[in-house]
Write a protein that binds this ligand. Structure first.
Ligand code: PLP
Length: 405
């Protein structure tokens, strides 16, 4: 497509882009299934998938077909008109979980913003104007716009953006007592990731989530799950909350935030809410130009139908088990892996090696993954990854750890 050399593309990009990311030394060109290819033709087994985004892999024929036909029909239309595409996507989200109402967005952070406004408005209406406090968690990540950054613990290290939203308190993840000590009459909502992604692939204990539900019921507080990374099939259930059962069944949040895998690469997100909570966002209190457009909703419907198709989620669970078993074998034989954790196809691996060095060496060996937390190797492959591709991933990880030893 481009006549420029990879070096020119990288240098010129650095010259025109705000430097919020360090660029890798290769230029990505295209992808197919679970593989990505750089502009020199090198093939990578893509276990990053845009950080848990390309749930159906790259260039999935059903997505290509949906985008092609929908762009020819209708891409843009004011939110005040109903469309069959938006209804279909919303109905799938409602029919397959505990939620009644949907608000579409274009990204994860926008889903979180909608949920923040929704919960605060609900609490204002229900409990009075002083009820605006939010409990979030240490090592949580919810996004980079002001509201979501305010409930992200990294705000402590970025004082230059202050003032953030006030009334936000950070509790210890998986520690119900720490949450209880922060609850008061002005607590409006608790926001939690069922698996802390950026924080290092740390799953919530189901009994911790159950305790949060109990506290929210007792004190009339809105419970919000941020399922942006963990939802939409990644944990082996459609919604992430459905993966956390105790004897009393699944622990249902009042609101969940979605994005990433929901569009498999196409920017689309949503806030889904139980009726009482969703209804708090009344006419004129929130909105978006692009959110819920026919194109993004057509893609979301295609992706979610595929995730819900027969055997799809069983496959995710089977591959997850296979990968974790394989990683444990490598751990036993190499002694270089210090921890393996996560859930579904959201797997974290701690090793003795510097994460940057490990990622670079994996990349040299034709494998893409990402960093989470301070030093965790994050594996978030497309959900369609095959057993053979999982074996190939294990072989590359094993070989790379041996080369670094
Ligand atoms: C749990 C979680 N919440 C929110 C976000 C923000 O999503 P986005 O980057 O689409 O705004 C992310 C992104 O990594 C995430 O992992």
């Amino acid at each position: 497509m481009s006549k420029k050399t990879p070096q020119e593309i990288i240098e010129q990009t650095e010259n025109v882009l705000v430097k919020t990311y360090n660029l890798q030394p290769v230029v990505m060109d295209h992808g197919k299934g679970c593989y990505s290819y750089d502009s020199a033709g090198k093939k990578y087994l893509d276990f990053a998938a845009g950080i848990a985004v390309a749930s159906l892999g790259h260039a999935h024929p059903k997505i290509v077909k949906t985008i092609t036909s929908q762009t020819k029909r209708l891409m843009a239309c004011q939110a005040s008109f109903a469309t069959a595409e938006r209804l279909e996507a919303a109905q799938i989200l409602v029919d397959n979980g505990c939620f009644d109402l949907v608000y579409f967005s274009n990204s994860g952070t926008e889903s979180v913003e909608a949920a923040l406004k929704c919960a605060r408005k609900w609490a204002y209406d229900k409990k009075g104007k002083n009820c605006h406090e939010i409990i979030a968690f240490k090592n949580a990540f919810h996004g980079r716009t002001y509201g979501s950054a305010s409930v992200t613990s990294k705000r402590e290290t970025q004082p230059f953006f202050a003032p953030y939203l006030d009334g936000v308190h950070f509790a210890e993840f998986n520690n119900p007592l720490s949450v209880e000590s922060l609850i008061n009459d002005n607590t409006a909502a608790i926001i939690v990731e069922p698996v802390q992604g950026e924080g290092g692939l740390v799953p919530a204990n189901p009994f911790f989530l159950k305790d949060l539900r109990r506290m929210c019921d007792k004190h009339n507080i809105c419970l919000r799950f941020d399922e942006i990374q963990a939802g939409m099939g990644r944990l082996g259930t459609f919604y992430a909350y459905q993966s956390f059962e105790t004897d009393d069944g699944a622990i249902e949040p009042d609101i969940a935030c979605l994005a990433k895998g929901m569009g498999s690469g196409f920017p689309v997100g949503a806030m889904v809410a139980k009726r009482e909570f969703g209804e708090a966002l009344s006419l004129g209190t929130h909105g978006t130009t692009y959110g819920g457009n026919p194109l993004s909703c057509a893609v979301a419907a295609t992706v979610t139908k595929e995730i819900l198709s027969d055997g799809f989620l069983d496959h995710v669970n089977k591959i997850s088990e296979h990968l974790v078993d394989g990683l444990r074998k490598i751990q036993c034989s190499s002694n270089k892996i210090t921890d393996i954790r996560g859930k579904g196809l959201m797997i974290g691996v701690d090793t003795e090696f510097d994460i940057k060095v490990l990622l670079k060496k994996l990349q040299d060996n034709g494998f893409m993954a990402t960093q989470a937390g301070k030093s965790t190797l994050r594996l978030t492959p497309p959900l369609i990854v095959s057993l053979e591709e999982a074996d190939e991933a294990l072989a590359i990880i094993d070989k790379t750890l041996k080369e670094l030893s």
